[in-house]
Write a protein that binds this ligand. Sequence first.
Ligand code: ADP
Ligand code: ZN
Length: 195
Amino acid sequence: MFLEPRTGEGSRGWIEVICGPMFSGKTEELLRRLRRAKIAQMKLAIFKPKIDQRYGQGKIVSHDANYFPSLEVAHSAQVLKQGAFAQLVAVDEAQFFDEGIVDVVEKLSLAGVRVIVTGLDMDYLGKPFGPMPQLMAIANYVTKIHAICVRCGQPGTHSYRLAQGDARVMIGQVEAYEARCRNCFSEGMVSRAAN
Ligand code: ADP
Ligand code: ZN
């Protein structure tokens, strides 16, 4: 699908990225921006990756039980197809999308859409996660937020996996992770390797 770049006053799109480790408040920050966009009566379209390839409805929920309905899609092409008619497109958990999401986000912004992407910047090994590095590179605005390291209380930059298993994706297992600073993350990885 080809989208004509729109020109003229007030029709410019752009790309915002909100990234950080688990528990850093990415969802809270996304919801804050979505609430404000709703007040501005913008037409919203919110997408999440569907990991098991089915297609359906979901929602983005914060800890204060605020939520926005979201569409769960299996492929980035669906974000372009269904997001092209919105004024604001949010892409949650972008680290799980295919690489095509980078192109999709760029096309949407060229077509005048405000795009907000959230995702984990690093995986459980501390490595850049999926398409996030590319998304951060092409974004107009990048907000990198931190959790609190549960070991030392410093800003937490990493998602440390407590559970066993070396699959990169372990969905729905929040209790299997904790937020750590780089030092405490590194200490954990070293002592794990020694055992
Ligand atoms: P994310 O989307 O980045 O995983 P959420 O917005 O879902 O984050 O959750 C952030 C909230 O998680 C915080 O406001 C806080 O209440 C809670 N929380 C739990 N553990 C931590 C932690 N170690 N550091 C910071 N916040 C934490
Ligand atoms: Zn620490």
